[in-house]
Design a protein around this ligand. Structure first.
Ligand SMILES: Cc1cc2nc3c(=O)[nH]c(=O)nc-3n(C[C@H](O)[C@H](O)[C@H](O)COP(=O)(O)OP(=O)(O)OC[C@H]3O[C@@H](n4cnc5c(N)ncnc54)[C@H](O)[C@@H]3O)c2cc1C
Length: 466
């Protein structure tokens, strides 16, 4: 407890949406709150990079939620800034565009006849084969082939997955696929193929919310609120270790030792386990080290030309492109750049500190040549670029990841006075709305009123698409 006021002293690790939502709620409930964040500003994955008046997000972010109260929270933060947009995105394959999400029927209609026929044949062969002897779903590859056939798997899912994750699809768990890929029924597929709609297909039109000047505005205003309510946020601050435990912690940073009755951690789970060291059971660090994250480098090219497409983003699945996606910030909000021209933001998946992570020049060249090949820009129109990195963009669901994860999360549950949560802290595919909600639940758990696990059972499937 605070020596003067009896208010619980809570240290929150990480000023992403989860940490900030927890901090805001804790401040509102009268706790004494200190947030430690390693970056110079708030927002984490949902931050907006700003340089010389140009702004871009770390990958396209669209805010959507099924919980009215979460939307109200965000509206309350940004009363005049929240826009409602209609998603526009496509997939580039075989030098032509396909709808996103990938639909078997659409691919079939647009693809060269011979490839289309091979796709149908392989799809039907897989379906018939499964009647005789159902394919076991032991990996991501099994899951996709069983539902789409080998041809579409080879054409799209295999190269895209290998590029995004750095692992072959047979090495990945089925969990990722079942959470993120929409599968058409056979009747839906036939209807879609035989009765192509000339206009927009309803199921593929989705609206979302987006703040003017970038997704990072949500975190920026949340951070202001935390400050207004008396919470402290220390940026560029990384804990070196955490001692104590069971409701009485000391967080050691380079400059000071902070005492806390409670800790809410939203930093990557392996890092939190490492910081706690001896506080946790022996061997847990080894289990936590098996939880790997995929990094992304974002290369934003500034192009002195009219923006050539209406898309918010375009997927580039094939091996010939080193990146997997390109987004267009000015199609979210023209105010993302000062005047004229546009930005194209290329996403390169990699591991932290590997050749791609460190390969600035190669990445910019790949973005320019790839952008040219896609007909999005000309090299002589590129006037500048910015590079930004996220080391923990995606948890990697390798086969066998769930045993060490369960072991670590079980141990964390036993640690009194500590809550680990958020996309990094639970190693799960949170969206932004889940992160905000999780932060609120974490705050209440910290105050002894309920638990994150009541709403977000980490032992069950997740549901995200971000
Ligand atoms: C490319 C991409 C696209 C996405 N698109 C969408 C989308 O369209 N819609 C959607 O809803 N969601 C989307 N998401 C997901 C969304 O970004 C996340 O769910 C959300 O931002 C996670 O918030 P968080 O606070 O849990 O984690 P983070 O944002 O990762 O926050 C963790 C914070 O901890 C800090 N930190 C890490 N280590 C330390 C340390 N040792 N000490 C101190 N601080 C530390 C980090 O700097 C960071 O600020 C997307 C994610 C990615 C990667």
């Amino acid at each position: 407890m605070s020596r003067e006021t009896d208010a619980p002293r809570v240290v929150v690790l990480g000023a992403g949406l989860t940490g900030l939502a927890a901090a805001r709620r804790l401040c509102a409930e009268g706790a004494e709150v200190t947030v430690l964040e390693k970056e110079p500003g708030p927002g984490g994955l949902a931050s907006t990079c700003a340089e010389n008046g140009f702004r871009f997000d770390h990958g396209p972010h669209r805010f959507h939620t099924q919980e009215d109260w979460i939307l109200e929270r965000v509206r309350d933060l940004l009363p005049d800034e929240l826009m409602q947009l209609e998603r526009k995105s496509r997939i580039r394959l075989l030098d032509r565009y396909f709808r996103y999400p990938l639909s078997f029927g659409d691919v079939l209609r647009r693809m060269p006849l011979s490839q289309g026929a091979a796709m149908v044949f392989s799809y039907m062969a897989e379906k018939l084969g499964n009647i005789v002897a159902p394919r076991k779903e032991e990996s991501f590859e099994d899951w996709v082939v069983k539902r789409f056939g080998h041809k579409l798997y080879d054409l799209y899912f295999r190269p895209y997955t290998a590029k995004l994750w750095g692992f072959a699809p047979h090495q990945l768990s089925v969990d990722w696929a079942s959470q993120r890929i929409t599968v058409p029924s056979l009747s839906g597929l036939l209807r879609e193929t035989l009765l192509p709609s000339s206009g927009k297909i309803r199921s593929l039109v989705s609206t979302f919310h987006y703040p003017r000047r970038g997704i990072g505005r949500i975190a920026e205003v949340l951070a202001e609120r935390v400050g207004d309510m008396g919470g402290a946020i220390h940026y560029r601050t990384v804990p070196r270790r955490i001692t104590g435990g069971q409701g009485s912690f000391v967080i050691h940073t380079a400059g000071e030792q902070l005492r806390a009755d409670r800790v809410v951690s939203t930093i990557p789970l392996p890092e939190y386990v490492r910081l706690l060291g001896d506080v946790l059971p022996e061997g847990l660090e080894r289990s936590a080290e098996q939880l790997l994250y995929r990094a992304v480098v974002f290369v934003a090219l500034r192009v002195d030309a009219e923006i050539p497409v209406e898309d918010h983003w375009i997927y580039a699945s094939e091996d010939r492109y080193l990146f997997n996606r390109i987004s267009f910030p000015e199609n979210f909000d023209p105010g993302m750049s000062p005047e004229g021209g546009f930005q194209a933001v290329f996403e390169f998946s990699c591991q932290e500190n590997d050749d791609l992570w460190n390969g600035d020049r190669r990445l910019v060249e790949a973005a320019v040549t790839g952008g040219e090949r896609l007909g999005l820009l000309r090299a002589d129109e590129v006037i500048d670029h910015t590079i930004s990195r996220q080391a923990h963009a995606y948890p990697i669901y390798r086969k066998g990841y769930s045993d060490p994860l369960s072991e670590v999360l079980r141990a964390m549950e036993e640690l009194e006075g500590s809550v680990t949560c958020g996309r990094q802290g639970l190693f799960r595919y949170n969206n932004m709305d889940h992160s905000i909600e999780m932060g609120e639940y974490a705050a209440m758990e910290t105050l002894g009123r309920g638990s994150v696990g009541e709403r977000f059972d980490w032992s069950k499937d997740t549901w995200a698409d971000g």
